[in-house]
Design a binder for this molecule. Structure first.
Ligand SMILES: [Zn+2]
Length: 168
């Protein structure tokens, strides 16, 4: 495990993404199937990213399998929130717990915004990625059309994910 000080997604011992009956990381050589996101979740992320300016917004992507149905806003608890993000660890623990105990959606990944940068992984993001297979959504609330991109944080680094919008 890497120990880096900034842009932290808290690593919780024993917590796995996906789980029984859920999404599992794509194997090398398997074509990435892409993701679906509900219009509601996408709108919530964009609204949060805009409202948080000039600070970075962050949150948790929830859903089932390859479908993101909820973008849950969390606090950015990083001490330098204008240039970094750290998802509120308690919010992440709560989301994993709800998924494990049944009934709650799976934790599919995370989102955060770049208030003045492009919607792509920054050097800091790459340094902080854990390679755990999570989906990262990155928003650039001031960048215009390409204001959100989706990535798989895989063992070989970030891979762009095709995205389709679904109703709901
Ligand atoms: Zn970033």
């Amino acid at each position: 495990m890497r120990a880096l000080a900034s842009c932290v997604i808290p690593a919780q011992a024993g917590i796995q993404l996906g789980g029984e009956g859920g999404w599992t990381p794509a194997c090398a050589g398997v074509t990435e199937p892409g993701m679906e996101i509900s219009a509601k979740a996408l709108a919530a992320m964009r609204a949060h990213a805009a409202a948080a300016l000039p600070l970075e917004a962050c949150g948790i992507l929830l859903g089932e399998g390859g479908r993101i149905t909820e973008a849950r806003e969390t606090r950015n608890v990083h001490p330098s929130p204008a240039t970094h993000f750290e998802i509120d660890p308690q919010a992440l623990i709560d989301a994993h717990r709800a998924a494990r105990s049944g009934g709650g959606p799976q934790v599919i990944g995370y989102y955060h915004s770049h208030p003045s940068g492009p919607a792509a992984p920054s050097a800091t993001d790459r340094a902080c990625a854990s390679g755990d297979g999570a989906v990262w959504a990155i928003l650039a609330p001031q960048a215009g059309a390409e204001d959100v991109t989706f990535w798989r944080d895989g063992e070989a680094g970030f891979t762009a994910l095709p995205l389709s919008l679904i109703e709901g």
